[in-house]
Design a protein around this ligand. Structure first.
Ligand code: SF4
Length: 249
């Protein structure tokens, strides 16, 4: 029962792997459909999501990049990031984090990262979260746009993946999303459903202005990560996977 969070070096714990296995076996060939090595969760991938990230701090007091750090990186995602890691900070950070990164490195492996090498925290937040123009932004994403690099290739894969979840299992690659039914095994856990209106409209605080996390801007989870998957798997596979989904026209 081997399983790993796709795009990371991190295996699921025993309980999570068991929960993922039960989730899969209770749905396979019913709502989870096969396409080659992919196991497509046709219900979860359609849950409504609104990644109104620019308004997140205003509505919830903090974004998901604050007080946290990304999952580990692998393969070309890791090597591309490493080749730009310090130039990103040189350009977009003005405080002592630049020196910290030079002296101690941009990664750390601690009990909080389950001893996997992950982008370190600085002052409680992800090292690459910076404030510009009054907004919290990901400096990796900003730098990638400036350098005409696909952001999904340069940022940690997991950061771009939300609200989807992808797990490599013995049975295939499970392609699902953050829902109450996947929180027992997903890398996202129950945190987002408990705290954020992007995946749980019930968490939208009373009195929130109508255009913040606007009800009409919720779209199927799949659509938020489609471009990411095209950049990793190519258009043909992604289009074939998508043909299994009953997306609204
Ligand atoms: S790498 Fe960017 S998107 Fe990921 S946690 Fe850090 S600031 Fe947020």
């Amino acid at each position: 029962m081997r399983s790993r969070y796709y795009g990371t070096a991190e295996a699921l714990g025993f309980q999570e792997a068991l929960a993922a296995y039960h989730y899969l076996t209770s749905r396979i060939d019913r709502t989870i459909l096969r396409y080659g090595r992919f196991l497509i969760d046709t219900e979860a991938l359609l849950v409504p999501v609104n990644l109104d990230c620019f308004h997140c701090h205003l509505v919830h007091g903090q974004t998901c990049c604050e007080q946290g750090q990304p999952y580990s990186m692998t393969g070309t995602n890791l090597s591309l990031f490493e080749s730009h890691a310090l130039p990103i900070l040189d350009r977009h950070a003005q405080d002592e984090r630049v020196e910290t990164a030079r002296v101690r490195g941009v990664f750390e492996a601690t009990a909080a990262t389950d001893h996997h090498s992950c982008i370190r925290k600085f002052d409680g937040d992800c090292l690459y979260l910076v404030k510009q123009g009054g907004q919290h932004i990901c400096s990796i994403h900003r730098y990638a746009l400036e350098e005409k690099i696909e952001p999904a290739q340069l940022k940690p894969f997991s950061c771009s993946l939300f609200p989807l979840e992808i797990i490599e299992m013995d049975e295939g690659i499970l392609l699902t999303a953050v829902t109450p039914d996947t929180m027992d095994f997903s890398r996202w856990g129950d945190f987002y459903h408990k705290h954020y209106s992007c995946v749980n409209p019930a968490r939208r605080p009373k009195g929130t202005p109508a255009h913040y996390f606007s009800a009409r801007d919720y779209r199927p989870a799949w659509l938020w990560a489609r471009d990411l998957l095209v950049s990793y798997w190519g258009d043909a596979d992604v289009t074939s996977i998508e043909s299994k989904l009953s997306l609204p026209v």
